[in-house]
Design a protein around this ligand. Structure first.
Ligand code: GTB
Length: 216
């Protein structure tokens, strides 16, 4: 049975690759595994059949020979453990790469999500103007630390890994915020990752969903 993942039938980003199925598509492309995509409406995501795969009614989920998984980073880790090419062979480097995957979703992503909430949900609150700079500075703090760790290396470990895949996708959420542009090191890091053929195939596949919707 081929791998099947779920994705938005109507992604709010209109095919810009910001939704988290992009991480899973990219990982599968990196390791050369074919996959099928089940597109879900918002209401389908909240109903029992999908809740059995994804307890929070979100995308992406992942199914493969009786294994049902959720959480994009856990899915990427599973793919990286099952196939060669996304994690270093050497045990310590492998452990570090996995730690960076956790850091991407557990340490770097939360303040970025907080900014989205501040800008999209809280913008009309009386305290919003006072809070926004604090939220942005928390992101800058994390990015300063990430830049220091990356140093002059191309990737978080000696070669591209699942750590970079998840980290770059997390950082892409800052595109257009003006913050990322303050970090030329990170802009180049993201550009290197986006230039990978696997990224381009994954991006094109999710963009095709939007384009087909427009034509249909
Ligand atoms: N921790 C989970 C994971 O990593 O898999 C989070 C999954 C998640 O947040 N899924 C979102 C979802 O299903 C889509 S990716 N949301 C619907 C819901 O919660 O009801 C988040 C996302 C959505 C849209 C954009 N965008 O338009 O730019 C960016 C990111």
């Amino acid at each position: 049975m081929p791998v099947t993942i779920t994705a938005f039938a109507d992604s709010p980003d209109e095919g810009q690759g910001m939704a988290r199925d992009m991480r899973v598509r990219w990982a599968l492309e990196e390791v050369g595994q074919p996959y099928e995509v089940e597109l879900l409406s918002f209401s389908q995501m909240k109903k029992a059949p999908h809740l059995a795969r994804q307890p929070f009614g979100q995308i992406p989920s992942y199914e493969e020979d009786g294994l049902v998984l959720f959480e994009s980073a856990a899915i990427v880790l599973h793919i990286a453990q099952r196939h060669r090419g996304l994690l270093p062979d050497e045990q310590n480097a492998r452990a570090r790469a996995i730690a960076w995957m956790f850091a991407a979703v557990g340490t770097v992503e939360p303040p970025i999500v907080d900014l989205e909430v501040a800008e999209l949900v809280e913008r009309d609150e009386s305290w919003s103007d006072a809070r926004l700079p604090l939220v942005k500075d928390r992101i800058r703090g994390r990015l300063d630390q990430l830049v220091a760790s990356l140093g002059d290396r191309d990737w978080l470990e000696h070669a591209f890994s699942a750590a970079d895949l998840v980290m770059v996708h997390v950082l892409r959420r800052l595109e257009g915020s003006g913050i990322l542009e303050e970090y030329s090191t990170l802009c180049r890091y993201i550009d290197r990752a986006k230039a990978r053929p696997a990224h381009q195939r994954a991006f094109a596949a999710q963009l095709a969903v939007f384009n087909n919707r427009q034509q249909g």
